[in-house]
Design a protein around this ligand. Structure first.
Ligand SMILES: *Cc1c(COP(=O)(O)O)cnc(C)c1O
Length: 408
């Protein structure tokens, strides 16, 4: 494989863009040193013509890689046919996407569409409260996990079990509490007659690729059921869409959640969010209770249908599971012995390497070698390859990691 990003020219165009950005954009994303202007499959190119292997997938969004043919064609067709109409009307691609999600999630599922992961979680939080209200029960409290990430709206950031995301935004939304992740006993102690729901990521992604013990979700499910039907809400915004080798991560277990949220990769790069709920719970979102103007619009749903059809092709997600296991093995073999590497963990194409020192420093060194990766929490280098990545791409990334570590 050719050395990636080797044809380094000057940074002229990128530097000019950074100057313009500083004068017109709010600084909430910090300084950005790279302007990406084109993508094709597993590669992206910057404004100065350098090529990068995109192993973060726009943070788990570009599941089929950049500009995948199936999505480009579906969107091109739809954009000429009908872009937007509003949910005052039936929308054909919305129904098609809901049918696919219902058919591949759980019995009696119903979908609501919005535009992001945050909004999907916001919808879930509201639905949980409304469900218990409709039953005349004074249950409103939602328990989430320390180290979790659920989004940035006021309610979803309140649900997020990391103080750094909540700092400065008080007063927060009442009715949330946190327990350690992967600790059923702590959860059992926290549940009261006020508990409406437990909200969890099957794998904590932003929090550092934290994988619970086998049986954790099953025991949480049992606990919820034994405490008067506490709802179990799974945030699969990052773990969904085939990323772990199944369409939803909970499908690696024997449980059925009451509500699941998805977003990120669901429409292959277009902005979308979805909340999937059991029919009986979904009934609490009656006419007029909740809405999103753009939610489930024809264009994004056409992209979603095209994306899901690709993910659901025979063998597609199985390959992600197998290659993900191989990725972990290769990492253990080639970088596991370095003293800077503390742990290697993951499932499917969610892979984290816990390092000594700043993960951001590794992210920068990968970028110098023409590879885009990310960090998760303050100790983990995060790899989220497009689900279409091949062995040779994984080999290139692990090889680059080894060379970076050799020079540490
Ligand atoms: C990214 C993410 C969110 C927030 O999604 P947005 O689309 O950024 O609003 C929520 N939950 C999890 C687990 C995520 O990874």
């Amino acid at each position: 494989m050719e050395e990636l990003g080797a044809n380094s020219q000057e940074n002229g165009l990128t530097a000019a863009l950074a100057r313009r950005a500083r004068r017109c954009l709010i600084g909430n994303y910090g300084e950005r040193e790279l302007a990406l202007v084109r993508g094709d499959g597993v590669y992206v190119w910057d404004a100065d013509g350098r090529r990068y292997l995109a192993f973060l997938s726009g943070i788990a969004v570009n599941v089929l890689g950049h500009c995948p043919r199936a999505v480009v064609e579906a969107v091109s067709r739809q954009v000429r046919t009908l872009i937007h109409v509003s949910n005052l009307y039936l929308i054909v691609p919305q129904i098609e996407l809901a049918e696919l999600l219902c058919g591949h999630s759980f019995e009696g599922a119903r979908c609501f569409f919005c535009n992001s992961g945050t909004e999907a979680n916001e919808a879930a939080i509201k639905l949980v409260r409304k469900y218990w209200y409709d039953r005349g029960e004074d249950r409103f409290e939602i328990i989430s996990a320390e180290g979790s990430f659920h989004g940035r709206t006021l309610a979803s950031v309140t649900a997020t079990g990391q103080a750094k995301y909540r700092a400065g935004f008080g007063p927060l939304v009442p009715g949330f509490r946190y327990v350690p992740f992967n600790d059923v006993d702590a959860l059992a102690e926290a549940v009261t007659e006020r508990t409406a729901a437990v909200l969890l990521e099957p794998i904590q992604c932003e929090g550092g690729i934290n994988i619970p013990d086998a049986g954790y979700l099953e025991r949480v499910r049992e606990l919820c059921d034994s405490k008067g039907g506490v709802l179990l809400v799974l945030d699969e915004v990052q773990t969904g869409n085939g990323r772990t080798g199944k369409l939803f991560a909970f499908q690696h277990t024997s449980i059925t959640p009451d509500i699941v949220t998805v977003a990120k990769g669901l429409a292959g790069g277009l902005p979308i969010g979805a909340m999937i709920a059991r029919t009986e719970i979904a009934a609490s979102f009656g006419p007029g209770t909740h809405a999103a103007t753009f939610g489930g619009n024809p264009l994004v749903c056409a992209a979603g249908v095209a994306t899901l059809r690709e993910l659901l092709k025979p063998g597609f997600m199985e390959r992600v599971g197998e290659l993900g296991r191989w990725f972990l093995e290769l990492l253990r073999e080639q970088v596991g012995g370095f003293s800077e590497v503390r742990d290697i963990r993951g499932q499917g194409f969610i892979v984290g390497v816990e390092v000594r020192g700043e993960p951001g420093e590794f992210v920068r060194r990968f970028r110098e070698r023409g590879i885009l990766v990310g960090s998760a929490g303050d100790r983990v280098v995060r790899f989220l390859p497009p689900l279409t990545a091949q062995r040779e791409h994984i080999e290139a990334v692990v090889g680059a990691f080894r060379r970076i570590l050799e020079r540490c």
